[in-house]
Design a protein around this ligand. Structure first.
Ligand SMILES: *[C@@H]1O[C@H](CO)[C@@H](O)[C@H](O)[C@H]1NC(C)=O
Ligand SMILES: *[C@@H]1O[C@H](CO)[C@@H](O)[C@H](O)[C@H]1NC(C)=O
Ligand SMILES: *[C@@H]1O[C@H](CO)[C@@H](O)[C@H](O)[C@H]1NC(C)=O
Ligand SMILES: *[C@@H]1O[C@H](CO)[C@@H](O)[C@H](O)[C@H]1NC(C)=O
Length: 341
């Protein structure tokens, strides 16, 4: 491939000797091919190699594992992450989840129809959208049986969800896992108290997990629909599990059912989110999302690395972060002059 480019560039140079117009043509062609390559790279996760992108910063960072609060939350608010996947996504998506945010979970389980040495847990269900709820039911049964005491909270996410575990632990640290609670981005229809979006990820307390499994033992919950998140939400309501409001002190969402720009960029910032679906009338535009965002959804493999980088590494010089999650803030940017001199 590289060889071809050299020959091509030499031709362009020769053309330029003949006529500058031909160079323009060469440029356009070159640009076209280059953009095609970029688009291909962005879409095709397979072309990414996990270790490379983060190897220069990952782990060596002393950032906030040293911060007392974060350090104390990690063992105290133990989160088991289970990620719903399928055999053809292991290389395309799952290895990139494994290389990024899943590293911050206390325990990770990859749930698929078949077991593999990735490793994935085989749930003995068939593949396909219509089987998603069976996967969820089997996954929680598996967790209840084997891991109930290995974690305090149980997060379900998709293999195209990105989760900031530290912000999730912060939210959960204010709640008791022996109470019947579940957390996520709340949707309005079908269930009276609302139900949590599957793609934004949702979290069950230990008591909620027990009640969910119990619901199927007693027959109070059934596989009445293949709409996984809605069906689970109905079971939660039947079993008396509360769907918690997860917005922050400024009423911005923490769990987000779409990718960042879908929430953040909107020409009319006063426009509300898809009003039919979301339970709360959260704004689109910069006011959409909490400073302590927990999740985004529909992300490509490359986005996992970008979000990992933006979340844990990129910092503007001289910006002193206000670590005060309860602070009711406005959009005035504060720069500490002392620190920049
Ligand atoms: C997943 O991450 C762990 C921990 O970094 C690593 O040891 C393992 O090789 C990764 N698995 C795959 C399949 O990439
Ligand atoms: C898997 O499911 C099939 C059909 O539902 C059942 O007959 C079989 O015993 C199950 N296997 C395991 C290991 O649970
Ligand atoms: C926003 O914060 C700035 C600086 O702290 C303050 O001067 C201003 O009055 C605040 N505006 C509102 C609307 O609260
Ligand atoms: C600015 O930073 C300096 C040094 O870190 C600190 O002593 C001072 O209190 C800060 N000022 C404000 C307004 O935060």
């Amino acid at each position: 491939m590289d060889g071809c480019w050299h020959v091509f560039l030499i031709f362009c140079f020769l053309f330029f000797q003949i006529s500058p117009h031909l160079l323009l043509f060469c440029g356009i062609l070159l640009g076209f091919v280059f953009v095609q390559q970029l688009v291909y790279l962005r879409i095709e996760g397979r072309t990414l190699t996990p270790a490379h992108i983060l190897s220069s910063h990952a782990k060596s960072h002393a950032w906030n594992k040293k911060a007392d609060l974060v350090q104390s939350l990690y063992p105290r608010v133990r989160v088991l992450c289970w990620i719903m996947t399928r055999p053809e996504n292991l290389q395309k998506r799952l290895q990139h989840v494994n290389a990024t945010w899943a590293q911050h979970c206390n325990l990770v389980l990859y749930m698929s129809s078949q077991s593999s040495d990735f490793p994935t847990v085989g749930l003995n269900v068939s593949e396909g959208r219509s089987q998603l709820y069976w996967k969820t039911i089997r996954a929680f049964q598996h967790i209840q049986k084997h891991h109930l005491q290995h974690a305090d909270w149980f997060l379900k996410a998709d293999d195209d969800t990105f989760v900031v575990l530290e912000n999730l632990r912060y939210l959960l640290s204010q709640h008791d896992t022996e109470k019947p609670l579940y957390f996520g981005h709340k949707f309005r229809p079908f269930v009276r108290q609302g139900y949590m979006s599957g793609g934004a990820g949702y979290v069950l307390s230990r008591e909620a997990l027990r009640r969910f499994v119990q619901g199927f033992v007693t027959g109070r919950c059934t596989h009445f629909s293949s709409l996984e998140d809605m069906a689970l939400g109905r079971c939660m309501e039947i079993m008396g599990v509360k769907a918690v409001d997860t917005r922050d002190a400024n009423l911005r969402e923490t769990f987000n059912p779409f990718w960042p720009d879908k929430h953040l960029i909107h020409k009319d910032n006063t426009k509300k989110q898809d009003s039919l679906y979301s339970y709360y009338k959260t704004k689109l535009g910069p006011e959409c999302c909490s400073d302590f965002v927990i999740s985004f959804h529909y992300l490509r493999a490359a986005d996992m690395y970008m979000l990992e980088y933006y979340t844990y590494h990129l910092r503007p010089f001289g910006y002193k972060y206000r670590f005060n999650p309860h602070h009711h803030q406005n959009n005035t940017i504060e720069i500490n002059q002392t620190n920049t001199q």
